[in-house]
Design a protein around this ligand. Sequence first.
Ligand code: ADP
Ligand code: TZD
Ligand code: MG
Length: 572
Amino acid sequence: MTDNEGTPDALTDGFHLLIDALKLNDLNTIYGVPGIPVTDLGRMAQDAGIRVLSFRHEQNAGNAAAIAGFLTKKPGICLTVSAPGFLNGLTALAHATTNCWPMILISGSSEREVVDLLQGDYEEMDQLAIAKPLCKAAYRILHAEDIGIGVARAIRSAVSGRPGGVYLDIPGALLGQVMDEAEGAKSLVKVIDPAPAQIPAPSAVSRAIEVMKGAKKPLIILGKGAAYAQADEVVREFVETSGMPFLPMSMAKGLLPDNHQQSAAAARSMALKESDVVIMVGARLNWLLSHGKGKQWGDAHSTKFVQIDIEPREMDSNVEIAAPLVGDVESCLSALLTEMGSSWEKPSEDWLGPLSVKKESNLVKMASKLLNNSNPMDYHAALGVLREIIAERPDAMLVNEGANTLDLARSIINMSKPRKRLDVGTWGVMGVGMGSAIAAAVETGNPVLAIEGDSAFGFSGMEVETICRYNLPVCIVIFNNNGIYRGTDVNTSGGSDVATTVFVKDARYDQMMEAFGGAGAYVTSPDELRRAVNEAMDSGRPTLVNAVIDEAAGSESGNIGSLNPQSVVSKK
Ligand code: ADP
Ligand code: TZD
Ligand code: MG
């Protein structure tokens, strides 16, 4: 090619166009694992100023991208190789979609001609077809001049409406396709207003106000959709103007401080059972809320729901919604606030009084448990220490997974700022820990405390090397009770294998961190735990604290034992 003067035109290629398209849209971090055909893509992206974090397994990179999406409202980017790398990343993409977080999984793939004739390429797989049912949208780009549009579609699909995961299929040959540089630059798209405000209909707002006015025992439930929305001031204003008690779902903790006077978290059962009108703000009536019916809701099935959600199809998913408010959290709450005015009548003391009595008595019960000095430590003793440490560091990011380790930490550790608590999400999935911790450190720059069951940690434990390699301020505390739920199970067959839920006794997880140059600590008492974690949080040095927990202290499945089918038939 030559221009009018006869000098060669400048050229670009698929590699450069993809990197330029991401940068143009402010997507400046990639989480991934290198290999054919994306090794050079990662190198070149790094060279172009994108932060490229290489992981030890794609699932952890994907979980990091998912959390980056939750924290930033921009799609987290995960980059993988074909077939097995793609499949490893796909679990995280499905997890992001399930949790309504924006993420884009970009995977290299084999050429269509070979894949479609099943000719047996290196890591051959029809990835697009496999991804489709597991994410919000899936696209393939075949021509370099379509990269701009392809990336734009992926971004818009990920963040608009209900956010979710998007798969972007990149056949290897696309990366090497060459085109005129100026034409290439023109083909890129900067996505304008990717997640437009969605304003609720005025009639829907009036309907919601009428239902709220009829309430004697109202309750607000804040979900992680409200946390995601980053409408923190409006959420606070709505809760405080309404005067209603509120319950935060797990990852909505801190949207308003857990020690806020209107928080009903310490009287959760009573609040759910007795409330007559419940306003759901970016939360779903799924298993985490007993599907909005049954004993937990007081059996009478008389609760009326107002539901704010950006996804119209969420309404009536489990029970009738008396006042559906379809729109984004900020627009919906602002519209409600305008209608509520300055003279909104707050709930009566007949409701607030008994709730606060219940709350106080539960808090007193909890306080004594937290101070116990049992040896070995039980969950409460260890969590009492970590609760103080988080209270002293409101900006610290808290990552949490496990069963007992999760359920108890969630109720014991107060959060005081929005989007600081990252956990297992809607699926209750183990293995999100290290990916979340890495993304939390990378996206916020704040110190991270990851409270991990010993089983939960194992799913992503190899990423301690990644944490050391990037020198991230992550302190992992492993609640080491020698197994899943407890370390005390026995094999009833009499065989020599240990029981299915127990691990090597007294394993030294702290030495895993030391192996890669980080700090390890082995602690058996609350004082030792306090010292080790404070030191790690102050220094920012990658640290793993192996906290020995009484192996008999946990309960089966933590708080959700009721979901665990158990055989009542004895064959012996
Ligand atoms: P939790 O587990 O905390 O109850 P869920 O993940 O079940 O929360 O629910 C989050 C809900 O928030 C989803 O139904 C999603 O559609 C909705 N959502 C996400 N972002 C927004 C937003 N900006 N405005 C309104 N709703 C949103
Ligand atoms: N696999 C995946 C991907 N997610 C899961 N949730 C499970 C398996 C099942 N599971 C739980 O639900 S919790 C858990 C498993 C394996 C581990 C609990 O043990 P832990 O925590 O050591 O992490 P505690 O403190 O011992 O209860
Ligand atoms: Mg355990």
